[in-house]
Design a protein. Structure first.
Length: 601
DNA sequence: CCCAAACCGA
């Protein structure tokens, strides 16, 4: 005789996957027998136990259908659907089992209700199962749930949001006037995720017009839209809104504010918020570190990383990517290696973001072989991995290796993006591969269906210009579908310098000054052209003009790390204690190089 | 039912 004791004695927390099917089935049979006999469930049967039987959802449904109390039946199914869709229980395709149960419910004559549907939809959203979700939607439309229950509506919007369909989410939103804060927030979120921050902010304002007040979640999402727009004025406005409307300043809001201020270029406000946060978590530190790195303030980013360690906050992937990025841009190979060792100690393999950041770091720090070995050891490589190593080889003058790696991409099923082609074209440019470069440039549009950007034209002008094909470079500029920018003109002016075209140079300088009047690059290049043509008077005149205009100097700057100390050298700077000796040596090297050049000619 | 942050560039 089966008693409830039998059930209570079995392990209460055996989840599916942990137990063999046979035992699962045996338990269901026991349950089946019990239900058939009593038309009731054993007392105190925990839901977990039912969930653990979820390998046989059809059978489970069938069993439950024999219960006398049909309300209880539905209630149990809902509990199971709910736990199948919950976060704590969603490895290896568990969420989709919620859909299976939903189907079994219909097959067994249950009527899924306003508790079932949102959770099934949530499960679909988790697995990005749009096809299944749409079928559930059909049910929700047929039963009218979509119109009568705002939870159903919101989870449906959420499904479309994660599947990337703004218009469908918007349709659901528009369909009935029953909307709450979550509906608005989900729509705003959808816009941000799909790369329409402007629409997100407009929707937020529409929400305000509809007399709804944002909560912390809405605030966080709208702030992230401001970050993406880099619109400081707007960001401040949202900050004021948060303050005026009593939105709780929790750690999420704080983090979002730090992120927003940094992405909008207001470091001081970001630091102020950070300092005043009553509670901080690793994300707070990450926002600060990656935000500073994003602004190009790599040294500050690393200072914050040290501070973070001094208060014993464990770095996560996001932190390490920010740190590696800073190392890459400062050339800090030693710290980069330390991070690499840290990763090896704390995880199995360096893939994804971390692996890509490592490849980039080693490449930028001059260890191209290390970069390549990390690249090769990665189990999964994406377009970022490939681009990082291609750009790395290109920077190191190894055009052939760069192009060989590029040729591998199609076989691996990875489509190059715009940045990849920057790497490919610079590789060609440095190696003087004009014919190949032209071919790759054509391929951008005709093979890969991408649109060449101003940057790609810049590379091509550089490539043609260096090779002395100035007319062709000019022709290319003439055919550009967009306005040439400073890089394009700069590349052409650089070519004029290399090949000594004074008159054309003067022309190009004017064009360059038009698009970039505030920088000194055009003057510097042009005065070099004059000097090499022995037109000293023109050169001096230009230098004088430059001084009068008081323009922004592009600081020539390099960093070198020695025994863990970073030395920063600026053009003309004398900050180093032994700068006299350094300049003397530099002069010797320069004259040595000049001698070699003369010898070569 | 809705919460933030990261990797490739001339």
């Amino acid at each position: 005789m089966l008693t409830c004791k039998t059930y209570l004695n079995s392990r209460p927390f055996c989840f599916a996957g942990g137990i063999p099917i046979s035992e699962d089935l045996r338990k269901l049979r026991q349950l089946h027998a019990f239900v058939l006999k009593t038309r009731a469930l054993p007392l105190f049967l925990p839901t977990h136990q039912l969930v653990s039987s979820s390998h046989n959802l059809g059978y489970l449904c069938f069993v439950l259908n024999h219960l006398e109390n049909q309300d209880l039946c539905l209630h149990l199914c809902n509990a199971i659907v709910r736990s199948l869709s919950s976060n704590s229980f969603n490895d290896n395709g568990t969420p989709l089992r919620a859909v299976v149960l939903f189907r079994e419910m219909l097959r067994n004559g249950f009527c899924p209700d306003n508790y079932t549907v949102p959770y099934v939809l949530k499960a679909c959203a988790q697995s990005q199962a749009l096809r299944e979700g749409v079928q559930v939607q059909a049910y929700a439309v047929k039963t009218g749930l979509v119109y009568s229950n705002v939870y159903v509506k919101n989870t449906l919007m959420r499904l479309y949001a994660v599947c990337g369909s703004v218009s469908s989410a918007r349709n659901v939103f528009d369909e009935s006037s029953q909307r709450d804060l979550v509906s608005w927030t989900t729509l705003i979120q959808c816009y941000v995720k799909m790369g329409f921050p402007r629409e997100a902010v407009l929707t937020f304002f529409a929400m305000c017009d509809a007399k709804l007040k944002a909560d912390e979640m809405t605030a966080v999402i709208v702030l992230s839209a401001c970050s993406k727009l880099g619109d400081l004025k707007l960001g401040r406005k949202i900050h004021d809104y948060i303050f005026d409307n009593g939105v709780t300043f929790d750690v999420f809001v704080g983090n979002a504010l730090v992120d927003m201020y940094l992405k909008c270029g207001d470091d001081d406000s970001a630091r102020k918020i950070f300092d005043e946060m009553p509670v901080r978590n690793v994300v707070s530190w990450n926002s600060l570190i990656s935000g500073l790195a994003h602004q190009g303030e790599f040294k500050d980013a690393l200072d914050m990383f040290r501070k973070m360690q001094s208060v014993s906050v464990e770095p996560d992937d996001f932190t390490l990517v920010g740190v590696l990025n800073s190392c890459a841009n400062l050339g800090l190979l030693e710290l980069g290696k330390w991070v690499h060792a840290y990763i090896d100690r704390n995880r199995v393999e360096a893939d994804g973001f971390i692996g890509n950041a490592l490849v980039d770091m080693y490449a930028k720090c001059g260890s191209i072989d290390q970069a390549f070995s990390v690249f090769q050891s990665m189990k999964r490589r994406d377009v970022y991995s490939y681009t990082a190593i291609i750009v790395g080889f290109a920077m190191h003058g190894e055009a052939k290796r760069a192009l060989d790696i590029f040729a591998e991409m199609p076989q691996m099923g990875i489509k190059p993006d715009e940045v990849t082609f920057i790497g490919v074209l610079t590789a060609c440019s440095h190696a003087g591969l004009v014919v190949e470069g032209k071919k790759y440039f054509e391929d951008i549009s005709y093979v890969y269906n991408l649109r060449p950007q101003t940057e790609h034209y810049g590379c091509m002008v550089d490539l043609l210009g260096r090779a002395g094909q100035i007319e062709e470079a000019q022709e290319l500029i003439g055919n550009m579908p967009m306005e040439p920018d400073a890089y394009v003109w700069g590349a052409l002016l650089g070519a004029c310098r290399i090949h000594g075209h004074v008159e054309l140079g003067e022309d190009v300088m004017k064009k360059l000054l038009k698009v970039e009047p505030e920088r000194d690059g055009a003057y510097v290049l042009m005065s070099n052209i004059y000097s090499s043509a022995n037109k000293w008077r023109d050169a001096v005149k230009l230098r004088k003009e430059m001084k009068e205009k008081n323009m922004k100097k592009t600081p020539g700057c390099s960093l070198i790390e020695l025994d863990g100390i970073v030395y920063e050298f600026r053009k003309g700077g004398k900050s180093h204690p032994r700068s006299n000796e350094i300049y003397k040596l530099l002069e010797q090297i320069t004259s040595h190089i000049k001698n070699c050049q003369n010898f070569a000619h």
